[in-house]
Design a protein around this ligand. Structure first.
Ligand code: HEC
Length: 395
C-alpha cells in the first residue's frame, strides 16, 4: 500500500507545473485545506455507489478491474483494498493527468478515441476522495466488473495466434518478445483495423503489430478499442507478407513468483481497396539521442504530399508538453498534435478528428518541454528512442 502523500507539498508542485493550471486550479484551491484521511468527516455529496462507481467503471474499468493490466481493481468500495484504499493516490494521479493514461491536450487538435475525463467528472472523483469517501446507498448492489476477455470489435476476419506461447518465469517481472507471423496471403489485403486478444490480460502491457518492412498496423493498449482509419484510408498488406508482433509484458506484483505463459492472438479486420489504391504510410522523425529529459526541438520533412490521419509519439522520458506542427513553405503553421504530461509507457497512436492535407516538402517541427521524472504512477519512466511518426495517406 502506498503511503499517504501530504497534500501541501503536492499542491506546491501542481501549481508550478501550470499545464493543467487553468482547468484544475479551482479544484486544487478548493481542496487545499484537506488531506485524505480515513477518519475524515464525510463532506462529499458524491458517494461511491451512486456517483463514483459508474465513473470509475466507464473510465478506469478496462484496466482497473479483476484480470486487468493495472495492479488493483477500483471496481469495489473496500473489498481487497478497493477504491477507498486508493482515494489519495487517485486524487493525485487525476490532478497531474497521469490517470487515465491519456495525454492529448484539449487545447490542441482534436483526436479520436479520447479517454479523458471531463472537468465535471474529475471534480466529482476528487471531491469524493477528499471528502471522506462516502459509501452511499447500501441497497444499491453494484455489478462485479472484470476485464474484457473477448474481441472489442467483434470476431475479426482473420485470427493469427502467436506460433508459440511465451513464458515469464518466476521472479521475471518484465520482458519483451518479438515474433514473426506469416499471413500466407495469396493476394494483397487491405486492413482497416488490427487488434490483439491478449492471452494473459494482466501481463500484456502493450503490443506493436506491424507489417514486416511496412506500416505499423496497431499500437495496442489494454482495454483499447481498435480505431478504424477515416474513410478512404487503410493499410495494405501485400501477398506473402509477414506480420511482426512485439509484445511488452509486465506482471503485476501478485504474480511475481508465478510462471506466466502468454499466447496472444492478432485479429485483422479487412476492407475494400480504397479508391486511391494507396496505403497509409509511416513517416518517422527521429529525435536527438543525447540528454534525454531536456527541452527538445527537432524537425523532419514530408517529402511527398499527403493527408496526415494519425500521429504516434515514442518518448525517451516524461514530457510536460509535446507539440508537433506542420510549417508550409509560405510560413503557415498548422498544429498536428499537442500532448501534456506525457509518459513514455503509453506510446499510443492519436487519430486526428480532422485529417490534415499537406503539400510536398512541408517541414514538421517538434518541440518538447521535459516533465518531472519523479511524478506519475511509476517512479522511473520506461524509455524508448525518441521518435515522432506521422501516418500519411500519400496523394
Ligand atoms: C489503460 C489502462 C488504464 C486505465 C484506463 C486507467 N489506469 Fe490507472 N493504472 C494503470 C496501470 C497499468 C497502473 C500501474 C502503474 C503503471 O504501471 O503505469 C495504474 C496505476 C494507477 C494508480 C496507482 C498509482 C500509484 O500510486 O502507483 C491509480 C491511483 C490509478 N491508476 C487510478 C486510475 C483511475 C482513477 C483511472 C480512471 C479515471 C485509471 N487509473 C485508468 C492502467 C490504467
Amino acid at each position: 500500500m502506498k503511503a499517504l502523500v501530504s497534500f501541501g507539498a503536492r499542491h506546491a508542485r501542481i501549481i508550478t507545473w501550470g499545464t493543467l493550471g487553468l482547468v484544475w486550479a479551482g479544484l486544487v484551491l478548493s481542496s487545499t485545506s484537506t488531506t485524505v484521511d480515513a477518519h475524515k468527516a464525510k463532506t462529499s455529496p458524491f458517494s461511491y455507489n451512486v456517483d463514483i462507481f459508474p465513473l470509475l467503471r466507464d473510465n478506469c474499468g478496462r484496466c482497473h478491474a479483476d484480470g486487468g493490466p493495472a495492479p488493483m481493481s477500483l471496481m469495489t468500495y473496500d473489498k481487497d483494498g478497493g477504491a477507498i484504499a486508493w482515494a489519495e493516490s487517485m486524487r493525485e494521479m487525476l490532478l497531474i493527468g497521469a490517470m487515465p493514461p491519456w495525454y492529448a491536450d484539449p487545447t490542441g487538435p482534436a483526436v479520436r478515441n479520447n479517454h479523458s475525463l471531463s472537468p465535471r467528472e474529475l471534480d466529482k472523483i476528487i471531491t469524493w476522495a477528499t471528502g471522506g469517501t462516502p459509501h452511499g446507498d447500501l441497497n444499491i448492489k453494484l455489478p462485479a466488473v472484470s476485464a474484457r476477455t473477448g474481441w472489442a470489435g467483434g470476431k475479426p476476419d482473420l485470427e493469427l495466434p502467436m506460433p508459440q506461447p511465451y513464458t515469464l518465469g518466476p521472479g521475471v517481472m518484465q520482458a519483451s518478445n518479438e515474433v514473426s507471423i506469416p499471413t500466407n496471403f495469396t493476394d494483397a489485403k487491405w486492413v482497416k483495423a488490427a487488434d490483439l486478444l491478449p492471452g494473459v490480460a494482466s501481463a500484456v502491457r502493450r503490443a506493436y503489430i506491424s507489417v514486416d518492412g511496412g506500416p505499423m498496423l496497431q499500437i495496442w493498449e489494454p482495454g483499447d478499442d481498435a480505431v478504424e482509419p477515416p474513410s478512404g484510408a487503410a493499410f495494405k498488406v501485400p501477398a506473402g507478407a509477414k506480420l511482426k508482433l512485439k509484445v511488452d509484458y509486465k506482471k503485476s506484483w501478485q504474480d511475481e513468483q508465478k510462471a506466466v505463459s502468454d499466447k496472444s492472438v492478432i485479429g485483422l479486420y479487412f476492407t475494400d481497396e480504397p479508391l486511391s489504391g494507396k496505403s497509409i504510410e509511416p513517416v518517422a522523425i527521429d529525435g536527438p539521442t543525447d540528454a534525454p529529459g531536456s527541452p527538445r526541438s527537432f524537425s523532419g520533412t514530408l517529402t511527398k504530399a499527403g493527408r496526415v490521419v494519425a500521429l504516434r509519439a515514442m518518448l525517451d522520458g516524461p514530457y510536460a508538453s509535446v507539440e508537433v506542427t506542420a510549417v508550409a513553405a509560405s510560413g503557415r503553421r498548422v498544429p498536428l498534435l499537442k500532448l501534456h504530461n506525457a509518459r513514455p509507457e503509453w506510446p499510443r497512436r492519436y487519430w486526428l478528428v480532422d485529417p490534415v492535407e499537406l503539400p510536398a516538402n512541408t517541414k514538421i517541427e517538434v518541440t518538447m518541454q521535459p516533465g518531472d521524472p519523479d511524478v506519475g504512477p511509476l517512479g522511473k519512466a520506461e524509455t524508448f528512442p525518441l521518435q515522432i511518426s506521422l501516418d500519411v495517406v500519400p496523394q
